[in-house]
Design a protein around this ligand. Structure first.
Ligand SMILES: N[C@@H](CCC(=O)N[C@@H](CS)C(=O)NCC(=O)O)C(=O)O
Length: 194
């Protein structure tokens, strides 16, 4: 199995989740500008959508879309999803919200938008982060155990920090808790982020 990633990109969530799951996998870095992988391949032959993450399974099939890949990882290692009634639906609900409402909200920060647009986007992101924080059932989104959605939320908090967005003390504490995890340290070190 091979994860295609770019350092610090949303693919970091999958990288962390694969380590949390203890699944054996390889990684290959993608240059998002040139669309070349570390070994020189054209990354659009792996993911024709032209972005990361992409996860090539041992069967040869390649999965794309963070929500789908994180959901797949949680199915391989079910400790990474809530087990209670509607647990899977709640997981998808959290992943979809993080992907479509939070991650997409960062677009102005990556597209060279003006300060006014960035400020408006930042406010929206912080309020959406606050909403997610309000739904947390404990130290992690679904209680005492980490889930694949926590891995994704953590990456969004790294992006917030990088863009000087001030999040609540609760989310700062969550980020600090996550960063101490072996899986997080391992993935971040591999991506050259620590
Ligand atoms: N819908 C995709 C979006 C993935 C995405 O936005 N990837 C970014 C990095 S976080 C990327 O590779 N951007 C490069 C590009 O679009 O050219 C998903 O959720 O997986």
């Amino acid at each position: 199995m091979k994860l295609y990633y770019a350092p610090g990109a949303c693919s970091l969530a999958d990288h962390i989740a694969l380590h949390e799951a203890g699944i054996a996998f390889e990684c290959e870095k993608v240059d998002l500008k040139s669309k070349r992988t570390q070994s020189g391949a054209d990354s659009t032959t792996i993911n024709p959508k032209g972005y990361v993450p992409a996860l090539t399974l041992d069967s040869g099939e390649t999965l794309t879309e963070n929500v789908a890949i994180l959901d797949w990882i949680a199915h391989q290692y079910t400790a990474l999803k809530p087990s209670r009634t509607l647990g899977h639906t709640h997981l998808l609900q959290a992943l979809a919200y993080i992907s479509t409402e939070i991650q997409k909200g960062f677009k102005p920060f990556f597209s060279g938008a003006g300060e006014e647009d960035k400020s408006a986007a930042g406010k929206l992101i912080v309020s959406r982060m606050d909403y997610v924080a309000g739904t947390m059932k404990g130290a992690f989104l679904f209680g005492t155990e980490v889930s694949v959605a926590d891995c994704y939320l953590f990456v969004m908090l790294l992006w917030s920090k990088k863009n000087d967005l001030k999040v609540s003390a609760q989310l700062d504490a969550f980020r600090a808790r996550m960063i101490e995890r072996v899986a997080v340290k391992t993935a971040m070190k591999h991506e050259g982020l620590s």
